[in-house]
Design a protein around this ligand. Structure first.
Ligand code: D5M
Ligand code: FE
Ligand code: ZN
Length: 595
């Protein structure tokens, strides 16, 4: 098929933007110099999703990491021709523009020129039909599990306080551990890197979320959109769809375009006082979310498209009567994240104090008893600061070598009593890809940690301890939601987590900072309601409840960096949430207090 340069550019741009990748015009020109630009862009999308710490800007340095001879040769030629200077090639297309899913991008303002894409909207079906991407041989990336079955932990055998004057014996030592990894994306993250993967991901997301929506008692049936569009009379209808577009009209009403597997339809939700419940929900609807709408369909007339006047709108949410399973044993779980070992701002003394606490060396009898009940610890990402995570990170590192960062981590954590089970899931600073879901950290980095008994898992994951499920998610999308929903703010991560539960999705909108990997199954859906929902990433502690689910953001062990200062983030280092698995009572252990 012969396509001219402009068309090819548009296809390439669309593919990149659909996968959350930004490019500059020179890099776009580089693609045009390849023999088969469209095939190559698919290859590159696939490859970038496996480059550790790839942060969505496709720069020449990222391209250099791709081991394809043609790409490397053309890269050298193009860069030479264009005389691209260092640091000039990471101008972005979508930075801070707030744009998102496929059909909304009509214009992309680049720093150098405006590239227009004529396409407007397309239904899911449309995407499928439109698919003209050449096939690439699938490549499997085997991140096979690294958890040895029987391991002799090289950790402390005793709880020091048995020798202490208070004479507390750690009850957790009396109980065998009982855990199961219920969900872990590691080893299951296959992609063909094709446009079809994004299509399959969206279809899987739609199907899974629709199934959850149908469980709501007030959602009995929903019509297919193509059947509604055929109607010629005003009729009461209901529809379940993904939000393709949402905006406020001049009059303050909400105009939406909803999409299912059969087509797209317009919806209007009035912003009036009688409609307060609906308005409250509508104000938090974002692109790519799944919603249910009931209303009256007004068919197309005099050149206007048909529209549903919505009288009822709902997100999936979780039931009000959710009853969490409780453990039959008096044990607790401690949740931590964002230690950032290797960073100059890593608060080593606070982490050491936490480990002293676990060893019963700190506080009064009560505090030692709390320590003695801890049987499990979850580390939810950013254990190490990593390398090359953001520009000039090198200046902020006191340990500039990733292996040494892990070595330091294993030295510190080896002091934790050996009867405590430790689970380790990666964040955006670990040496795995940035796009979620993330596989567990490769064995070469974590051998020492495995030797001291760490169980490495992907992110997100679900771990069952006794019969209590903890959903572990680093929290990459929390900041996106806080930007998009005016009521949400960074220092209240629990409120954002409630919104994730209402959407039943960990990254309910595309196209912002959170990178989502192009795979055919959506791992980010919250299908099973967890007893405990654990996030980190924000570096600000929080603990709360939503309909009996215990919500925790585990803060950090890192003081404020200049980078965080520039975003106005005031971290709360050294506060550790601890949850009783038999009662869901929680405490926040403040290691900065002198107890
Ligand atoms: O994130 C450290 C802190 O910085 C945390 O509060 C999130 C915030 N953060 C991270 N990246 C960004 C961007 N791009 N914009 C605004 N705020 C951000 P960490 O994942 O530990 O680096
Ligand atoms: Fe962090
Ligand atoms: Zn993070």
């Amino acid at each position: 098929m012969k396509v001219d340069n402009l068309d090819t550019k548009k296809i390439i741009l669309r593919k990149l933007i659909n996968s959350g990748i930004n490019v500059s015009p020179p890099i776009l020109d580089f693609f045009l110099n390849l023999d088969d630009p469209i095939k190559s862009v698919d290859q590159i999308i696939k490859d970038t999703s496996f480059i550790p710490n790839f942060n969505s800007h496709l720069t020449k340095n990222i391209l250099k990491k791709i081991s394809n001879t043609e790409i490397q040769n053309v890269l050298k030629r193009t860069l030479l021709k264009a005389k691209i200077l260092p640091n000039k090639d990471n101008l972005t297309l979508q930075e801070s523009s707030g744009i998102k899913s496929s059909s909304e991008f009509n214009k992309y303002q680049t720093s150098e020129k405006l590239i227009e894409i004529k396409e407007t909207t397309e239904s899911l079906q449309g995407i499928k039909n439109n698919q003209e991407v050449p096939k690439i041989e699938p490549i499997s990336h085997d991140y096979s599990k690294v958890i040895p079955k029987f391991i002799e932990k090289k950790r402390k055998k005793t709880f020091e306080s048995t020798k202490s004057s208070l004479g507390i014996y750690p009850i957790a030592k009396e109980y065998d551990s009982n855990y199961e990894i219920l969900k872990d994306p590691t080893g299951k993250l296959y992609t063909n890197g094709e446009y079809k993967d994004f299509y399959d991901l969206t279809v899987d997301k739609f199907n899974q979320l629709r199934t959850l929506m149908k469980k709501r008692p007030d959602v009995s049936s929903a019509h297919n959109i193509n059947n509604i569009l055929r109607l010629s009379n005003k009729v009461e209808v209901s529809v379940i769809g993904l939000v393709n577009e949402i905006r406020k009209t001049k009059n303050g009403n909400f105009f939406l375009v909803l999409e299912d597997l059969t087509g797209q339809i317009n919806v209007l939700i009035k912003n009036d006082s009688e409609n307060r419940d609906n308005v409250k929900i509508a104000e938090r609807i974002l692109n790519d979310q799944l919603i249910y709408v009931e209303g009256t369909y007004n068919p197309r007339e005099k050149g206007k498209s048909g529209i549903i006047y919505g009288v009822y709108v709902a997100k999936i949410d979780i039931p009000t009567d959710f009853e969490p399973n409780k453990a039959p044993v008096p044990l607790s779980i401690a949740l931590i994240s964002d230690t950032h070992i290797g960073s100059r701002e890593f608060e080593e003394s606070l982490l050491k104090r936490f480990i002293d606490f676990l060893n019963g060396k700190i506080g009064n009898k009560n505090l030692r008893e709390i320590a003695g009940k801890i049987k499990y610890i979850i580390i939810n990402g950013d254990l190490v600061d990593g390398i090359g995570v953001y520009p000039s990170q090198r200046d902020d590192l006191i340990i500039p070598d990733i292996y040494n960062q892990f070595k330091k981590a294993s030295e510190l954590f080896s002091e934790i009593p050996e009867y405590i089970e430790i689970f380790y899931s990666p964040g955006n600073h670990e040496p795995v890809r940035n796009a979620i879901p993330r596989p567990s950290v490769p064995k070469k980095y974590v051998e020492d940690l495995i030797n001291i008994g760490f169980k490495t898992i992907g992110n997100p994951s679900i771990i069952q301890t006794h019969n209590v499920n903890t959903l572990i998610y680093h929290g990459d999308s929390i900041l996106d939601l806080n930007v998009l929903i005016p009521e949400l703010e960074n220092n209240k991560p629990i409120e954002t987590m409630k919104e994730l539960l209402r959407c039943r999705h960990l990254a309910p909108t595309y196209g912002k900072k959170t990178q989502i990997a192009p795979i055919n199954k959506d791992w980010l859906i919250i299908d099973k309601i967890p007893e405990i929902f654990h996030t980190g990433h924000v570096h600000i502690n929080g603990i709360g409840k939503y309909r009996n689910v215990t919500l925790v953001n585990s803060g950090c062990f890192q003081a404020q960096t200049d980078f965080m200062k520039s975003f106005g983030i005031n971290p709360t280092p050294g506060i550790v949430p601890i949850i009783e698995l038999d009662t869901f009572k929680s405490i926040e252990l403040n290691l900065k207090n002198n107890n």
